[in-house]
Design a protein around this ligand. Structure first.
Ligand code: PHE
Length: 368
C-alpha cells in the first residue's frame, strides 16, 4: 500500500512533469499488484480516486493549482492520462479477481501426482456372508436379521434349552451384567448363535417360511487361531407342509456346490442340537486335496462345515404360542447354521481368524 505523501512540484517543464507522473504511475502499479480481495480493491479505489482523501485529488490540489498558467495545459493532460491509468488498474483488479501473486499461490500444478483416494471394499466377512445369502436368495429365500443383544428366552429357552439344562454349557455365554432381579427369560445376553431369529421369524409370520439370517454372534471362548469371541453365522429356516430331510440334504448340497464349486461332495453325520431332531453335522469333501487327504483335512478327505437338522416339535410348540399355524402335525421344517469365518478362511486361505478383526490394512488390502 502506498502512503507516501504527494510531494510539492517545484519545476513545471516537460521533463519535470514526466518524472513526477512516472513516479506516481510506478506507485499505483505496485499498489495494484497486491490487490487480492474485494476489500483491498475497494481500499485501493478510495486511496487513489477517493473524492476527498484520494491521492489524485491531492495531486490536483497541489500541482494543478500551483502550476503557472503556461504549464497548466500540459499538466492537465498528464493528470487525465494518469487518472485513466489508475482507473484501468482498478478495472483490471476488479475484473480479474485475485492478483497474479494470489493466483500463483493457489494454482493447481497439473504436473504433480494427484491425491490418491483409497477405493473402499467389502470386508471379506461381509463379502462371504453376502455370497452365502445370495445362494439362498436365488432359491427364493428371504433375508432377515435379529438383535445381537438377545433375551435368554429367544437365545435358549424357546430353542429348547431349558433353564439349567447342561446343553447350555455347549455355548459359553457373555451375559449383560446387573440382570439378576429380572425373570430368567428376560435376562439379556449377547446371542451365542443366530438361531433365536428362527423363533422371532415364526412369531412374525405363519408358515410357509424360507429365510436366511446373517449376523454377528458372541461366545466367551478364548481366542486362538480358529476361535474368536466374536464371529458370524448365517442361519437358515424352511418351514412348510411335507418338508423332509431329503429337502434339507438337497438344499445344503446345492448350496455347498454353489459356494465351493460343483465337484464338491457333502455328507451328513449324526449330531445333536436341542432345537433340531434329528440333527446333523455337514461335511464337504476337502477343497484343497479333492478328498484324497491332506494336512488341511487332517488326512480324512473331509471338512466339517455346518450344523443342521429338522426343526424339533418342541420349538414349533413355542412358536405356536403366537402363531397357532405352526402345528407339528401339519407342518415340518429344517434349519441350518454355518460359521462365516470358517467358510471365508477356506475360500481365501486364511489361517488366523483374528486377522479378520485386527483392522490391519496390509491384510484387508488383499481383498480389494
Ligand atoms: N445354532 C447352531 C450353532 O450355533 C447351529 C445350527 C443352526 C444347528 C440351525 C442346527 C440348526 O452351533
Amino acid at each position: 500500500m502506498t502512503n507516501e505523501a504527494i510531494p510539492n512540484l517545484t519545476a513545471f517543464d516537460e521533463a519535470a512533469l514526466d518524472h513526477a507522473f512516472a513516479a506516481l504511475e510506478q506507485q499505483a502499479a505496485a499498489d495494484a499488484a497486491t490487490l487480492d480481495s474485494p476489500e483491498a480493491i475497494e481500499a485501493f479505489r478510495l486511496r487513489w480516486l477517493g473524492r476527498k482523501q484520494g491521492r489524485l485529488n491531492e495531486v490536483s490540489a497541489r500541482w494543478l493549482k500551483a502550476a503557472p498558467p503556461e504549464a497548466k495545459k500540459a499538466l492537465g493532460q498528464r493528470f487525465n492520462a494518469f487518472k485513466a491509468i489508475v482507473e484501468g488498474l482498478l478495472e483490471q483488479a476488479a475484473g480479474s479477481g485475485p492478483s497474479d501473486a494470489a493466483l500463483a499461490a493457489e494454482a493447481i500444478d497439473i504436473t504433480l501426482p494427484g491425491t490418491r483416494r483409497l477405493t473402499g471394499a467389502e470386508h471379506p466377512i461381509t463379502r462371504t456372508m453376502n455370497e452365502i445369502v445370495q445362494v439362498f436368495a436365488a432359491l427364493g429365500y428371504s433375508v432377515g436379521v435379529g438383535p445381537e443383544v438377545e433375551s435368554d428366552y429367544y437365545n435358549f429357552e424357546s430353542m429348547n434349552f431349558p433353564p439349567g439344562h447342561p446343553a447350555r454349557d455347549t455355548q459359553d455365554t457373555l451375559v449383560v451384567a446387573g440382570q439378576e432381579r429380572r425373570p430368567q427369560r428376560d435376562r439379556l445376553l449377547l446371542r451365542t448363535h443366530t438361531s433365536p431369529v428362527q423363533m422371532r421369524t415364526m412369531e412374525q409370520q405363519p408358515p410357509p417360511v424360507r429365510i436366511v439370517i446373517p449376523g454377528k454372534v458372541h461366545r466367551n471362548d478364548a481366542a486362538d487361531a480358529t476361535h474368536s469371541p466374536i464371529f458370524h453365522q448365517v442361519e437358515g429356516l424352511c418351514v412348510d407342509t411335507n418338508i423332509t430331510f431329503s429337502d434339507l440334504k438337497g438344499t445344503l448340497d446345492h448350496a455347498m456346490k454353489a459356494l465351493f464349486g460343483s465337484s464338491v461332495k457333502t455328507r451328513f453325520f449324526p449330531s445333536f442340537f436341542p432345537f433340531t431332531e434329528p440333527s446333523a453335522d455337514v461335511q464337504i469333501s476337502c477343497i484343497f486335496c479333492g478328498g484324497k487327504g491332506c494336512r488341511k483335512c487332517k488326512q480324512s478327505g473331509w471338512i466339517e462345515l455346518l450344523g443342521c437338522g429338522m426343526v424339533d416339535p418342541a420349538v414349533f410348540a413355542f412358536a405356536q404360542e403366537k402363531q397357532p399355524a405352526y402345528d407339528p402335525k401339519r407342518i415340518s421344517g429344517f434349519a441350518f447354521g454355518m460359521g462365516v469365518e470358517r467358510i471365508a478362511m477356506m475360500k481365501y486361505g486364511v489361517s488366523e481368524i483374528g486377522q479378520f478383526f485386527a483392522g490391519d490394512m496390509r491384510f484387508l488390502g488383499q481383498f480389494v
